[in-house]
Design a protein around this ligand. Structure first.
Ligand code: PMP
Length: 308
């Protein structure tokens, strides 16, 4: 999906014009994938705009930086405020937000410690990541031949730029084969996650998701919200190691992520999941999530951060 420019990008402490938010071609992170980033969304709420779970996203950004030994030269509260400032400057009621901390121009080589750390925050309008149809009718998935990164090779809890080569390879393989999205497994064959989404199965009325730390999946903030929502709706939610057959045989399955939101899975490897249509549990969770991000559910009011 092409990016629609907005007026300003926050860069290293100030808002600069969109076209001027550029970096040098010898930027360290461009060569070695040594950046950390976030994907956040802002939604329209009564009387304005609110960022969904901003505090958790900023905490994860700083956690990712810590895992890579990147020292962000701003406090969490500065970046928190900068996100709100950038959203406000865009004038958008609804947008995607991309903060990134990366190693800049000036040093090269695999020791990143001498590099200057730079931070940028961009926002732009971005519709449903897997398409509006996907949210309504479900996506067709393929189990990838690319295994998810093993936690012994990289800190998989980090949302780091270079790690997305793994997701990108799986995504391209799936799209070229005519599917919407890929599911990656661990090197031992346990289901891990989508290329940018966590995975949930519904079987016999209870909900199961793979344990992120064991399978090298990102600990999703949407997945956390969906777990709370599902429990509040009265469903049991547990973590368990899952095999490929578990998703083939599930009554329902869905993906969760900030960009994708809650997306039903219609089929995996051409095997229909359940009826092949979004199931009642998925729909109930999807509807509540949709309302929660828009500040329409009182018990989840703490999840929304108003932009003045
Ligand atoms: N897994 C991966 C690999 C991701 O990139 C994302 C998106 N950040 C997710 C899961 C879902 O995370 P979240 O719900 O926090 O967006």
């Amino acid at each position: 999906m092409p990016i629609t420019p907005t007026s300003k990008i926050w860069m290293d402490g100030e808002l600069v014009d969109w076209e001027k938010a550029t970096v040098h071609v010898l930027t360290h992170s461009l060569h070695y994938g040594t950046g950390v980033f976030e994907g956040i969304r802002a939604y329209p709420v009564a009387g304005g705009t609110a960022v969904f779970r901003l505090r958790e996203h900023i905490a994860r950004l700083f956690g990712s930086a810590h895992l890579l030994d990147i020292r962000i030269p701003f406090s969490e509260s500065t970046i928190f405020d900068a996100v709100k400032e950038t959203v406000a400057a865009s004038g958008l009621q609804e947008c995607y937000i991309r903060p990134i901390a990366y190693l800049g121009y000036g040093e090269m080589g695999l020791n990143p410690l001498p590099c200057e750390v730079r931070v940028a925050i961009a926002v732009w309008p971005w519709g449903a990541y897997l398409g509006d149809d996907a949210a309504r009718s479900g996506v067709r998935l393929k189990v990838s031949s690319w295994a998810r990164l093993d936690p012994r090779t990289l800190p998989t809890a980090a949302k780091a730029t270079g790690m997305y080569i793994n997701s990108s390879l799986a995504k391209v393989e799936a799209v070229r084969a005519g599917y919407d999205e890929a599911i990656m497994t661990t090197t031992d064959g346990y289901l891990a996650e989508g290329t940018g989404e966590n995975l949930f199965l519904v079987s016999g009325g209870s909900i199961v998701t793979p344990p992120s730390s064991a399978v090298g999946a990102l600990a999703g903030i949407t997945s956390n919200a969906v777990t709370t929502i599902a429990r509040d709706l009265g469903y049991e939610v547990k973590e368990a190691l899952l095999r490929r057959s578990d998703v083939y045989l599930a009554d329902e399955a869905f993906l969760t992520g900030t960009a994708a939101e809650v997306v039903p899975i219609a089929s995996v490897d051409d095997r229909q999941v359940g009826t092949g249509q979004p199931g009642p549990v998925t729909i109930a969770i999807q509807e509540t999530y949709h309302a929660a991000v828009r500040g329409e559910v009182d018990r989840y009011k703490d999840w929304i951060e108003r932009v003045s």
